[in-house]
Design a protein around this ligand. Sequence first.
Ligand code: ATP
Ligand code: MG
Length: 572
Amino acid sequence: MRLSKMYFRTLREIPSDAEIPSHQLLLRAGLIRKLASGIYGYMPMGYRVIRKIEQIIREEMNEKGAQELLMSAVQPAELWIESGRWSDFGPEMFRLKDRNEREFCLGPTHEEIFTDIVRDEVKSYKDLPINLYQIQTKYRDEKRPRFGLMRCREFIMKDAYSFDRDWEGLNRVYEDMYDAYTQIFKRCGLDFRAVEADTGAMGGSDSHEFTAMSEFGEGKIAYCENCSYGATVEKATCDSAIPEQHEASLELREIHTPNVKTIDELTKFLEIPGKKLLKTLIFSAKNELVAAVLLGHRELNIVKLVNALGVQEHELEFATEEDILQCTGAAVGFAGPIGLKNIKMLVDREVPLEKNTVIGANKTDYHIANVNYGRDFVGDHILDLRMVEEGDSCPLCGSGVKLARGIEVGQIFKLGTKYSEAMNGTYTDEGMKEKNIVMGCYGIGVSRTMAAIIEQHHDGDGIRWPLSVAPYHVMIAVVNVKDELQMEMGEKLYRELLSNQIEALLDDRDERAGVKFKDADLLGIPIRITIGKRASEGIVEFKLRKEKDKEELSYGHVISRITAILKEAGIQ
Ligand code: ATP
Ligand code: MG
């Protein structure tokens, strides 16, 4: 492509609403254009990157025997009502009605649709296993769309659905998909970890998330450097970090704490550490009141709470002041586990281990000291409710876990028979018995992967695309387009590169060399050939985007040099 003819525009300034590097660079390099909050279009150069990522995905999915198809993004409500998710999905679902008032949604994911087509066509065990995938636009009315392509309301996803006779089959395809994902993200040049994950609204049992490491990632993982353990912080199991206490139990004592409400205020007021306090958080879940009790210095893990209650995250809310008054008899800030009324109480498993703790007295401006679990109160359930912390012991080997931020680029799930049971997806086995199909699903955020690659591959001047996903491999910058010799050499090289299947851009714009170099750096084209003054001697300048040094090269060596680089990167 000749840049003089190309539809593209780069920006020198950083767009004010772009907070993280990938968002800034996607806009500055003119790769995407915003239409509305969380809704973007892909410009020609950006779309080439998307297609490269898609191609890598296709190759690795096909390699594992998965087959590509394309389903509709508009989905009838009936299928979602059948699976029970029409209400479970909540406000994230874009819903619409047709002219006859029939309800539809714009697909946020496709479990129902794939289960529907497969149940109609699969009859016998001989028809299984099947693994189908598509690369398609998904719609989720996210609460906070942000960070450019990271969290959009319209985004590109590869989603695959596997259908097997039994769990053994599912385990096999799950491993295949795990391997395919590992290959895909490696080929995209990402530094990533595959970690255990919660199954969320998808349901099912096991799940792994593929997390691209980045300080700007919205996700957080806990991992162990000593063994293979890794999990999202929502999923990570927490062993108690508290040794058993041998303190004698003291007598209960009411303390006057006027206007002292938060854990921070209390630790200061009473001059005791946070772990000597119990916090009691009150929620309403599907109109039922729930108290979660944990040590004062710990953070509640909402996902663990939601899973324990068997509700969806959007069905859990902080209790209103009225609700709190009704169950505690006190103002907000003085709730405690003794004497709560009409409420289910879930207690973190560290709570019984701590002795002589301070709790809210369920009486405005009062707390109670020397509270001991068992003697003074008991919960309905004791369970792991807290958020993992750096240094907590690894559930596999016991050494301290580390925490890191990352971007969830893909996730795989063992769904089991959740959907096939709800939607009657069955087959007849060898003994003519009717059985539920065992399913898995596997997603990759294609557009989010593009953003993740930029997060990991950029510098102060712009993007540094890995060759595997670069929109073009080579940029030819002609320094002075009015110089016939330079222009001729540029054209000649351009045509030679193309005939060698090397993707080249020819910067034939009548611009200063500085502008051309800045754009080439911003766009992140991996190889730059500059044709300038020494063209008359048959010499050009060779530079790799990821390195500082430039090198003079005789024209005759350019193609072989580039071919060697592409070969080494596995491109040719
Ligand atoms: P998240 O936790 O980030 O909201 P999710 O777990 O709901 O994502 P999945 O249902 O697992 O997402 O979707 C598969 C993949 O699609 C994700 O791993 C992610 O890469 C991508 N994805 C999900 N939501 C978005 C979004 N709003 N914008 C861009 N990509 C997304
Ligand atoms: Mg996910």
